[in-house]
Write a protein of this length. Structure first.
Length: 281
């Protein structure tokens, strides 16, 4: 049996906060609500390209792009890149594509961007799959390295970051680390990481996530099942998806199970729901 990759590659040019941005995009037309994917730090839109090959998503509209300063996308002022900048980029890209309402999937940096986007415009999001996106200070194990291992040279910081993560004892860490230098510009790292830490420490992300009036799933690798807040998420109506034989990168370590859980979750997600009062226990 042969399967055809029906994704189209295209470019999108916008001006965001005075910076000229050229986004490298993939998309597919189809029936039903689109699925919008936002990738993590050091990753690209291709993390999600296999969606076009999975029968569970046959005929569904798809949209993903490389964040400014990442992958094939360009940004004229890398110093401007931050999570708020990426949220505004996402809104501009959705407007350009004519996407009003959609299912949202975000990983890590893309998960935090997705959370801020959904918090800002919850009525547009039919469901949110958060793949280890930041919801608490403890999630900054990558981004907080900008403070734990500072270096005035952004290129050297990135090289040191790569070396540390290559040696980490987690699924797919060497695979991830060895490609980072090709997937993110060194000049974009500081703004991304500092804003991730600031939001995680000071922006009440857990309250924002739990208050979203829509179906939410939090996905995590089994190696990270000691995250302290997982019981709190479950107690407040968030579906938990633990991916076996995986760490922070289920799309690399156990992609079949990742796609199975996303498909099942989106299949049961319908209209926005009214959330019960958030438990503080």
């Amino acid at each position: 049996m042969t399967t055809t990759n029906t994704l189209t590659r295209h470019w999108m040019e916008r001006t965001i906060d005075g910076a000229d941005v050229r986004l490298s995009c993939i998309s597919r037309k189809g029936a039903g609500l689109p699925i919008v994917f936002l990738h993590g730090f050091g990753s690209t839109k291709e993390d999600y390209a296999d969606v076009a090959l999975h029968p569970a998503f046959a005929g569904r509209p798809i949209f993903a792009y490389d964040a400014p300063g990442c992958g094939e996308s360009e940004c004229s002022d890398l110093d401007r890149v931050s999570i708020p900048f990426l949220v505004r980029t996402a809104l501009a890209a959705l407007a350009e594509q004519g996407i009003e309402r959609f299912h949202l999937v975000g990983h890590s940096m893309g998960g935090l961007t997705s959370l801020m986007l959904a918090h800002q415009e919850p009525e547009r999001v039919a469901s949110f799959t958060d793949i280890e996106g930041n919801v608490a200070p403890e999630d900054c194990f990558l981004s907080r390295q900008i403070f734990q291992h500072p270096h005035e040279d952004p290129v050297q910081f990135l090289e040191d970051f790569i070396a540390r993560n290559w040696a980490a004892p987690f699924y797919s860490s060497p695979l991830y680390a060895t490609s980072v230098r090709y997937k993110v510009r060194a000049g974009a790292v500081r703004g991304i990481f500092e804003s991730m830490v600031d939001l995680s420490d000071n922006a009440g992300l857990m309250d924002k996530f739990l208050a979203l009036p829509l179906p939410r799933m939090f996905m995590y690798g089994k190696q990270n099942n000691t995250l302290s807040y997982l019981p709190h998420l479950a107690a407040n109506g968030v579906e938990l998806a633990e991916i076996p034989e995986s760490g922070h990168f289920p799309m690399y370590s156990n992609a079949p199970e990742m796609w199975r859980r996303i498909a099942a979750f989106q299949a049961q997600a319908t209209e926005p729901i009214v959330q019960p009062e958030v438990s503080r226990s």
